[in-house]
Write a protein that binds this ligand. Structure first.
Ligand SMILES: NC(=O)c1ccc[n+]([C@@H]2O[C@H](COP(=O)([O-])OP(=O)(O)OC[C@H]3O[C@@H](n4cnc5c(N)ncnc54)[C@H](O)[C@@H]3O)[C@@H](O)[C@H]2O)c1
Length: 349
């Protein structure tokens, strides 16, 4: 995909502004995870950037080949995730990994990696940044976008399965899109994660955080259920089809790991972030029983080009496996703000 000619002057002007703060070609900005967290951005901005990313992707306004993957050990992966967004003058690649046993083996989170952010006019590197916080906030924002269009706005119950890095971020701001929540059910096979989540966020939420005793309790109690656990190879479902009812909204961060396949097959609408990536991940073996027909991409629904929830009794599944374009929309914002606030370390090229 090429930069549209009518944007060339604006792209040069933007580069000129960056050049005033960073000597492009001689230095780059390095942002550690702590630096990224210090950049002043609001949850509303992240939600807005992420929704725009989903829309731009589905409108084919970005260049984003499907992620390519390496799978060194069972249930682990590295993903190379490049994207170019001409209208944002943003180009780069995330080299992200997920190693679910990292916490037990090495005491660190499962999701790791770096982002290289580049100047699309010269190809020169502008920044290298830790990707953990970017991944964390944009992934929750994808779920919020999906919830906004697929869940009933009057939903009073939300379930979070997996209360680690992503689960905590999901719960933290969920009331922005589901403002009538009364109870949020939490379940994690590691009970301490639930306790930590309650300790961190109960006071800032209106809804009551409830420690669920089982998957079944979450499945039977919640209008909307999100999950962020482990993207697992093989088929070991823990949530039974019979526990899921019409009218529920199921939002997945980790593919089909947790649910019996019948849930997906009987969904009234099955919505994904990227048709191409679903195809690709099917080839990697993630969907051994195939996927149901895809109703639409999340970005098509957010843009109003395909219907989201139309009736209260629809069972809707949103399967958002993550896209590089979400990272690039957020990184463009973080990069500009980091330069503005002089955050990060300049390294020579
Ligand atoms: N879709 C995306 O864009 C995207 C982005 C980032 C992460 N993810 C996925 O989200 C998941 C969570 O990532 P994270 O960074 O929060 O990891 P994390 O390790 O911080 O948290 C995962 C939590 O899930 C719990 N858990 C694991 N398996 C479980 C199960 N079967 N039942 C209940 N709880 C379980 C763990 O105890 C842990 O507390 C991973 O699968 C990751 O691949 C998806």
């Amino acid at each position: 995909m090429k930069l549209p000619e009518e944007l060339t002057a604006a792209a040069e002007a933007y580069r000129g502004e960056v050049q005033k703060k960073l000597d492009i070609g001689r230095e780059m900005l390095y942002l550690s995870q702590e630096d990224v967290k210090r950049v002043p951005v609001t949850p509303g901005e992240i939600l807005d950037r992420t929704e725009k990313a989903l829309i731009a992707y589905s409108a084919k306004k970005v260049d984003m080949p499907s992620k390519i993957a390496l799978h060194p050990i069972t249930d682990t992966f590295f993903h190379a995730m490049p994207a170019y967004v001409p209208e944002e003058f943003a180009a780069g690649v995330k080299w992200g990994s997920c190693y679910p046993s990292n916490r037990e083996r090495y005491g660190v989170p499962q999701a790791q990696g770096l982002i290289i952010y580049s100047d699309h006019l010269s190809g020169l590197p502008l920044a290298v940044l830790d990707c953990k916080y970017v991944t964390e906030i944009r992934t929750a924002a994808v779920t919020y976008t999906a919830a906004k269009y697929l869940a009933p706005r009057e939903a009073e119950t939300f379930g979070m399965i997996g209360c680690g890095v992503e689960g905590k971020q999901h719960v933290k701001n969920i009331e922005r899109v589901l403002p009538r929540l009364k109870r949020i059910y939490l379940y994690d096979r590691y009970e301490k994660a639930v306790d930590e989540l309650i300790g961190a966020y109960q006071t800032s939420l209106t809804a009551r955080l409830v420690k669920a005793a089982s998957y079944e309790e979450v499945a039977k109690s919640c209008a909307v259920i999100a999950s962020a656990t482990v993207a697992s190879e093989g088929y070991h479902p823990v949530i039974k089809d019979q526990w899921i009812s019409r009218g529920q909204t199921i939002l997945l961060c980790e593919g089909h790991t947790l649910y019996e396949d019948a849930v997906f097959k009987r969904a009234d609408k099955y919505i994904v972030d990227s048709r191409d990536q679903v195809e690709q991940f099917s080839r990697y073996g993630y969907y051994p029983f195939g996927t149901p027909p895809i109703h639409a991409e999340t970005g098509e629904v957010a843009a109003g080009r395909a219907p989201g929830r139309e009736r209260g009794d629809e069972l809707i599944v949103g399967n958002n496996f993550g896209m590089a374009v979400e990272d690039m929309f957020v990184v463009r914002l973080l990069f500009d703000r980091a330069l503005e606030h002089n955050i990060g370390v300049r390294l020579p090229l």
